[in-house]
Design a protein around this ligand. Structure first.
Ligand SMILES: O=C(COP(=O)(O)O)[C@@H](O)CO
Length: 255
């Protein structure tokens, strides 16, 4: 169940981090955190910890997700995990198309689309990551890149099911240790551009939630959340400990 009153979704992917005991400790500590009612929290552990974290956070209001999946329901796909397996493990959402998967693991707009359709068929919330790289921004084609990523990811998604999709705008140049935090005005403008693309796509798509991700920290979170088109934050390093995550969750409380 998602919090239908939530103004912001604020979540973290742990990427390839945390052992089972570390994951359980985080989840148990999170149970004691006072999360603002205006925030929908979510946590995306590695596959190994998905079921145990989902069990600890069951009925807590914190959504639990996976970092990727395959589009087929089952079959000879060595090393892969399907949507029914994620549901079986307790996942409610699945992150798709993260730039690290596009860059290092051959994820394409087409495979993201196949995965989005599978996620929707199985009742998972697809959290679709989009974002231009450094050159695409320098060459003035950032908006075109985002439009292509969005339109291909959502091919075949019916207007009446589109509201279940969440987008995360994550400029590649802003992500990770070598990333440069994006200026808040650029984030606000790009979210407006994305909103216009969605509006052009028609009823059902116009109101999709758009999160921002890339070097989000407790310091810059309030500035990003100031923009009316920013529907929340998707956080990496700064939320890998509960105190950091809690500080960013607090930024989502109404002032
Ligand atoms: O990659 C993301 C942002 O990572 P940071 O470490 O916050 O730059 C985003 O997808 C959350 O994992």
């Amino acid at each position: 169940m998602t919090n239908s009153q939530a103004r912001h979704w604020i979540g973290t992917s742990w990427k390839m981090n945390k052992t089972l005991p570390e994951a359980a400790e985080f989840a148990k500590r999170l149970l004691g955190v006072d999360i603002p009612g205006s925030v929908q929290p979510f946590v995306i552990p590695p596959f190994t910890a998905l079921a145990s974290v989902a069990t600890i956070l069951r009925d807590s209001g914190v959504l639990v997700g996976a970092q990727t999946m395959h589009w087929a329901d089952q079959g000879s796909w060595t090393g892969e995990i399907s949507a029914p397996m994620l549901v079986d493990a307790g996942a409610q959402l699945v992150e798709l198309g993260h730039s690290e998967r596009r860059q290092h693991f051959g994820e394409t707009d087409h495979t993201v689309n196949l995965k989005v359709l599978s996620a929707l068929r199985h009742g998972l919330i697809p959290l679709i990551c989009i974002g231009e790289d450094h050159d695409e921004r320098a060459w003035g084609v950032a908006r075109a890149t985002l439009e292509r990523q969005i339109r291909v990811a959502l091919l075949g998604v019916r207007p009446d099911e589109a509201h279940r999709v969440v987008l995360a705008y994550e400029p590649v140049w802003a992500i990770g240790e070598t990333g440069r935090p994006a200026p808040a005005d650029l984030v606000a403008q790009t979210h407006r551009d994305i909103r216009r693309i969605l509006v052009d796509m028609g009823t059902g798509f116009a109101g999709l939630r758009i999160l921002y991700g890339g070097s989000v920290s407790p310091d810059n979170a309030p500035d990003y959340l100031d923009s009316p088109d920013v529907g929340g934050l998707f956080v990496g390093r700064s939320a890998w400990n509960v105190d950091g995550y809690q500080s960013i969750l607090r930024a989502g409380a109404p002032s």
